[in-house]
Design a protein around this ligand. Structure first.
Ligand code: MN
Length: 236
């Protein structure tokens, strides 16, 4: 047996629980879509004209993943940490330059996600034309629920998506408000990447984003998919 001799123990493969099975979903990459609901694009001061625009993407490291139900410390280097409630698509098949018609078949399942964001650093990066990494790829900022297999859900195109902060609804929209549909996103993203099983796509947040403070509790829901919870702890 030819085992690799590592200098130290390599990090474990990131994985997520799947509803209805004890087998876990192994994560390959985390893609996120910016500005995919008109009302949120407007509140960010960057309206989207679908006729002339393409979706905008960024990524987070697998080490940013944290499962629903966690308490995470208020992160360092920000004074304006924001929630963004999102539908997450979990791919279960490969695809490169796929047509939208074929993209739905690549979906393994769905999850509720929170794309937690250092909004102050994002605004500063935007103003200077700098990358978004320190604003978006925050440790423990890719919050996610269990994966729900797509079997009976098919390709989601509607359903309520909501987020409550300390029991008060802050985001309330419908998946039918997505500017780019799930097949359109997968097809477009596959023009840049050889998409693969284990790739997660956070599909963007609706309007109503806002800041959290230590002690806050977030509770999101997506009709047919499930729920997600996060508690913000004290800063480290
Ligand atoms: Mn987002």
């Amino acid at each position: 047996m030819n085992t690799i001799n590592y200098l130290w123990t390599p990090p474990a493969t990131a994985s997520l629980p799947v509803r209805g099975t004890s087998a876990r979903y192994p994560v390959k990459r985390i893609f996120l879509v910016g500005r995919n609901y008109h009302a949120h694009a407007l509140e960010m001061g960057a309206p989207v004209d679908k006729a002339s625009a393409r979706p905008m993407y960024f990524t987070k490291s697998n080490s940013a993943l944290v499962e629903s139900g966690a308490t995470v410390p208020y992160p360092p280097a920000t004074a304006d940490y924001h929630y963004e409630m999102e539908l997450v698509v979990a791919l279960g098949a490969p695809g490169f330059r796929v047509a939208p018609d074929a993209a739905g078949a690549m979906i393994y399942g769905y999850a509720c996600g929170l794309d937690m964001t250092r909004r102050d650093l994002q605004a500063a990066a935007r103003a200077k034309g700098h990358p978004w990494d320190v604003a978006k790829n925050v440790e423990q900022s890719a919050v996610i629920s269990e994966i729900v297999p797509a079997n009976e859900l098919g390709v989601l195109s509607s359903g309520a998506i909501t987020l409550a902060l300390n029991g008060e609804t802050r985001q309330s929209a419908d998946l039918s408000d997505l500017i780019w549909s799930l097949p359109e996103l997968i097809a477009d993203l596959s023009t840049y990447y050889h998409l693969a099983p284990g790739d997660l796509i956070y599909t963007g947040t609706p309007e109503g984003v806002g800041e959290v403070r230590p002690g806050d509790r977030l509770h999101g829901r997506i009709a047919g998919v499930g729920e997600i919870e996060l508690t913000i702890g004290a800063p480290e």
